[in-house]
Design a protein. Sequence first.
Length: 336
Amino acid sequence: MTEMGMEEVAEALVAKGKGILAADESTGTIKKRLDSINTESTEETRRDYRELLFTAEGIENYISGVILYDETIRQKSVSGPKLVDILNDNGIFPGIKVDMGAKPLAFSEGELVTEGLDGLRDRLNKYRELGARFAKWRAVISIGNGAPSQYCIDVNAHALARYAALCQEAGLVPIVEPEVLMDGDHSIDECYAVTETALKSVFDELYKQRVVLEQMLLKPNMVLSGSDCPKQADIEEVASKTIYCFEQTVPASVPGIVFLSGGQSAQTATAHLNAMNNLDKHPWEISFSFGRALQSDALTAWQGQSDNKDAAQAAFIKRAGLVGAARDGSYSADME
């Protein structure tokens, strides 16, 4: 892949019809995924599963970049080439998760702050050498029992901005991920209010820390009803309130918004993305950075068996194609 500047990489990651595959599950999280199909989590099975996704024929038609985990960015395929080289050869940008996870926030019971800033400059430079062209850092904000506090929002926003500045210093496009969790019985309006407050704090910190907005991407939650809310907002309400929230908070200079699926089913996340892309024109590309919503069909088809590889790859490409259609507003449930 030819060398590109950060602004070009950011724009390429949100190219029409394409989005980002999040394959950066931690060792603990990928174990849960493999447990669900009665497959032991070993370095080999984790490699086999990710390689299955990365080598699916036609992946480059729908996937612009893949977020990798530390183990994965260093792994070789069964046939020999490095996994990052397989992605590069298909014109897909390798990315890397660089945060160290959410830990309890001091003096704020039940709230979390993402750690990993110590030593980050050196790690980013190493990941750049290993082939990464972009990075990701996730902050977690929950609703309920008086949460979130402004303290939690601001501490996480500050960390996100410090991370983003260090990324750009290292020549990596930062994906900034402030996730308001859908867990809880809160209404869509409560989610809207918290998401708006969080985004205002994030962009205030990004400005203070001199992050170049044209050289980053935002990976947020959609504005949704809480998963236990008795009155669930419909597809159109989610789309309109999400876009309106972002129009109030996200500068037009940001090239793209790559939404996370955040525990939604593959079909629901795809329908929401499609509805947003069917609204009036907005200043940023509206794309995706899905994990489970892209992978769940493939994982179910694979079952940890090499004989099922072709079926699993076909399931992955079908889902990627559906999400790619939603990326451009041309998806319908009939395509499922």
